[in-house]
Design a protein around this ligand. Structure first.
Ligand SMILES: [Fe+2]
Length: 262
């Protein structure tokens, strides 16, 4: 069994978003993750409109309740608090739950599923200018990016990080998403792989299948970086490991070159 994975994108706090509806569901999700070799998770509930004191208070309250629940059930599972911030939501990046583990460094940003707002670039760029490191969550699932993958290379060139969903590489979201997921990994355009779990059946907390795929198709070191080392570094506010990103245009250049040398 693979052990020591840390799930950096999860919906495990009950009754705050479309994650678990009660404590029983939340604990079932965590038990599922533990059986899969996951030893801890960042609680990244959706912030779709506004991260105000009211919502933040609720997230902190539920987070502390979940920690108590784990202790009560003798579940050895580590929890950290963060948020999944919609790119159009209002929030203060310095607030307690905007960044992962309140480290005032890494924050998880979500795009709408089928578009990329026109001011997304400016917003992300401003965050990097202010010293934050935005992590775009599951960009491989975004319909716009699917047809403009070069955008991902541009983001990474500008210091933005990318988190892929385990289900994307497992093929759960269809062939085009899986194809892009593979191409991203080939080009060093993935910094984290996470479950984005919501419920045990539909959106489970499972990472080991994707871990094995990365280990087999790329290498063990990359799997350890994406599922263990980088999540931990982001939680601690430390620099993450990344190889030189490659452009999607390089493929064309390469084939032209090999054709020319024949
Ligand atoms: Fe999510």
């Amino acid at each position: 069994m693979i052990s020591g994975m840390i799930d950096i994108h999860t919906h495990i706090l009950p009754q705050v978003d479309d994650g678990p509806s009660d404590w029983e569901d939340a604990l079932a999700l965590i038990r599922q993750g533990m059986n899969d070799g996951i030893r801890g998770a960042v609680c990244t509930s959706h912030v779709l409109n506004k991260l105000d004191d009211n919502l933040e208070g609720k997230l902190v309250y539920r987070f502390n309740q979940l920690k108590e629940m784990l202790a009560k059930h003798n579940l050895d599972f580590k929890l950290w608090l963060g948020s999944e911030l919609h790119i159009l939501s209002e929030y203060d990046p310095m607030s307690q739950t905007a960044t992962i583990n309140g480290n005032k460094k890494y924050l998880m940003i979500e795009f709408p599923m089928n578009e990329m707002p026109s001011d997304a670039d400016d917003k992300l760029f401003q965050l990097t200018l202010d010293g934050f490191i935005p992590i775009i969550v599951h960009p491989e699932r975004n319909a716009k990016i699917l047809y403009q993958p070069e955008k991902l290379f541009e983001f990474v060139q500008r210091g933005i990080l990318l988190q892929m969903n385990a289900g994307s590489i497992d093929g759960v979201f269809g062939r085009p998403v899986k194809k892009l997921a593979i191409e991203m990994l080939d080009r060093n355009l993935v910094h984290f792989i996470a479950s984005d779990c919501h419920q045990v059946r539909e959106r489970p907390m499972l990472l080991s299948e994707a871990y094995r795929t990365v280990e087999k198709r790329w290498d063990r070191k990359l799997a350890q970086i994406l599922f263990q080392a980088n999540p931990l570094s982001a939680i601690q506010g430390d620099p993450i490991s990344a190889s030189e990103p490659k452009s999607f245009k390089d493929k064309k250049r390469k084939s032209f070159f090999s054709f020319g040398t024949r």
